[in-house]
Design a protein around this ligand. Structure first.
Ligand SMILES: N[C@@H](CCC(=O)N[C@@H](CS)C(=O)NCC(=O)O)C(=O)O
Ligand SMILES: *[C@@H]1O[C@H](CO)[C@@H](O)[C@H](O)[C@H]1NC(C)=O
Ligand SMILES: *[C@@H]1O[C@H](CO)[C@@H](O)[C@H](O)[C@H]1NC(C)=O
Ligand SMILES: *[C@@H]1O[C@H](CO)[C@@H](O)[C@H](O)[C@H]1NC(C)=O
Length: 247
């Protein structure tokens, strides 16, 4: 066994039970954190949260947003916001699978892209999946396609001809965006739109394939059934199909 592997295992053992992750299956934001913890060989205890009946632990550790993920590390303040948690993990375990690039400008580009994805593309995708308003759906389709072209361009720039956003290996954006690949399986056949499309976004198409063939990525992406349950849950929160439309 490589001496580094042994050292990492010792570090992991020492950290065991120091880390606790509060999450919900099927949450892409929780998947991100699991992904980073696994890449960094950090052992942790996972606690499943019921978002329909939130625990005291969630309400006290994330009183403002009351959302998962929440990461507890020993006696530190509980941490929230998946992207903040990724950076924290990268800072406390910098030598095992570094995530952010070393160039400050590249780091800023990565953060901007993840922020754009979370604040625009993800809400659009979610709305696209559940809206029943045909005109809005068309509008969102256009926005999502434009977004995918922008992501393709960013991929070309950041990957510098390599396989991942992070280059030869999975980096911060591969973790941040790769946790969504389970949703990309809900392609044209389900929603009438392939956001990632061979003809329009060839490099991203290739990237999705490489993500699926990465052992760690594959191991943390929830099953198709869990995605289906999540989708049903989202759709069940909508008013019934024939309810009067309020304006
Ligand atoms: N920006 C947050 C988003 C977290 C989030 O949206 N969590 C959802 C689950 S996917 C949640 O806990 N929802 C419960 C609620 O909003 O009441 C992050 O990146 O961690
Ligand atoms: C909600 O959670 C509490 C414990 O956290 C449990 O005692 C209670 O039975 C739960 N209620 C429902 C409706 O599941
Ligand atoms: C980051 O990389 C670019 C080239 O991609 C270079 O011009 C720039 O000087 C680098 N910045 C830092 C802070 O190293
Ligand atoms: C499209 O979705 C179907 C099931 O919904 C799945 O079997 C297929 O692999 C998906 N294709 C892609 C390219 O993800």
């Amino acid at each position: 066994m490589h001496p580094y592997t042994i050292i990492f295992q010792i570090i992991s053992m020492a950290q065991k039970c120091e880390m606790k992750l509060l999450g919900t299956h099927g949450s892409v934001f929780v998947t991100r954190v699991k992904f980073a913890l696994k890449l960094k060989c950090i052992e942790y205890e996972y606690v499943e949260e019921d978002l329909c009946n939130k625990s005291e632990l969630l309400l006290t550790s994330n009183p403002v947003f009351q959302q998962v993920p929440v990461l507890f590390h020993a006696n530190e303040h509980p941490m929230i916001e998946s992207l903040v948690i990724l950076e924290y993990l990268d800072e406390i375990q910098p030598d095992v699978h570094p995530l952010l690039p070393s160039n400050a400008s590249d780091r800023a580009q990565c953060r901007i892209l993840a922020y754009t994805y979370d604040t625009l593309y993800h809400p659009w995708t979610k709305e696209f999946m559940i809206t029943r308003d045909k005109r809005r759906k068309e509008e969102l389709k256009k926005l999502l396609i434009e977004g995918s072209l922008m992501l393709e361009e960013a991929f070309v720039k950041l990957s510098k001809g390599k396989t991942f956003f992070g280059g030869d290996d999975i980096g911060y954006l591969d973790v941040a965006l790769g946790s969504f690949i389970g949703w990309f399986k809900f392609n044209g056949s389900v929603f009438g739109l392939n956001v990632i499309d061979e003809a329009r976004t060839p490099r991203l198409t290739e990237w999705v394939k490489c993500m699926w063939s990465h052992e760690v990525a594959r191991s943390i992406i929830p099953s198709h059934e869990i995605h289906m349950d999540f989708l049903n849950m989202l759709q069940s929160q909508l008013p019934p199909m024939h309810a009067p439309v309020s304006t």
